[in-house]
Design a protein around this ligand. Structure first.
Ligand code: CAA
Length: 252
């Protein structure tokens, strides 16, 4: 895949998380200048992230921001533009779970999740999209989920937000299609991350038994799809959802 002479700037929210770290690594391997965005609070994780990706020596930097806060995203975008250049590629990978059956779900569990998983996508896209369309190039990849496509017991909040992420992506894809900006979703299945490790062992084993490929996905499996959609020569793919779920949910 050919890469441009110009080094593109890629921003990955949830950048030090289960999927985000590997997404940062693969984008850096593809020659992108990567900014990993995550909450400031997790000092130990930030230190581990720096150590894990030390070999990229300056190609990946860390910026603290809260995606659920519009002003924080606005300030973040300004900081990145000043320090690294305009944002060419945005990967919205920040996400949380607040699993509970609806009859037990508190309004707080609903709202916390919506603020990160859905408002976060708006807050980031809203702040970078104008620059992308003005410059005539952009790649936005939003991380949805197989559970947005199928629904999952205990995840009315998460399934609603993740289905919403794809609706959002299709709408924005139409708005930006003539300006060189593509907007797509990647829908991971169950992957080997702390988020999935938090599901009870019994339910997890049942899920793995239902995956045709016979194993959990890896962060690298997901990052591969993100990197593909984020490539300069992926300009004719927009408004699409790319499922990466080991065959757990097949659709046409
Ligand atoms: N499917 C069907 N029935 C279920 C069930 C399930 N997954 N989970 C619980 N039940 C049943 C129980 O057997 C019980 O039935 P009885 O009343 O007849 O005994 C009843 O529902 C219990 O209901 P509760 O509301 O009390 O449920 P709970 O509190 O025991 O469990 C839960 C709720 C913890 C959310 C549990 O259902 C669960 O862990 N679900 C899976 C959640 C999940 O897969 N999350 C994915 C996280 S990873 C991720 O999201 C990443 C990604 O994108 C893929």
């Amino acid at each position: 895949m050919s890469q441009p002479a110009l080094q593109r700037v890629a921003v990955v929210t949830g950048g030090i998380g289960g999927l985000g770290t590997e997404i940062c690594r693969q984008l850096a391997q593809a020659g992108r200048k990567v900014v990993a965005v995550d909450l400031a609070a997790r000092d130990e994780r930030i230190a581990a992230f720096r150590q894990e990706l030390a070999s990229f020596d300056g190609a990946i930097t860390f910026e603290a921001a809260d995606v659920s806060d519009f002003d924080s995203c606005q300030q973040l975008t300004t900081r990145i533009e000043q320090q690294h250049g305009s944002v060419d590629i945005l990967v919205n990978a920040a996400g949380i779970t607040r699993d509970a059956s609806l009859r037990k779900m508190s309004p707080q569990q609903w709202h916390e999740l919506m603020r990160v998983n859905l408002d976060g996508v708006f807050n980031m896209c809203r702040n970078v999209v104008e620059g992308m369309t003005a410059r005539g190039f952009g790649r936005i990849v939003n991380i949805s989920s197989v559970n947005g496509q199928t629904g999952q017991f205990g995840q009315t909040n998460y399934s609603a937000a993740k289905a919403g992420v794809h609706g959002f992506s299709m709408a924005l894809a139409r708005e930006t299609a003539r300006k060189g900006v593509t907007v797509n979703t990647v829908s991971p299945g169950y992957c080997d991350t702390p988020m999935v490790a938090a599901v009870s062992a019994e339910i997890r084993q049942q899920i793995i038994a239902d995956i045709p490929v016979g194993r959990l996905g890896t962060p690298a499996d997901i990052a591969r799809a993100v990197s593909f959609l984020g490539a300069d020569d992926a300009g004719y793919i927009t408004g699409a959802n790319l499922p990466v779920n080991g065959g757990y949910f097949m659709s046409f």
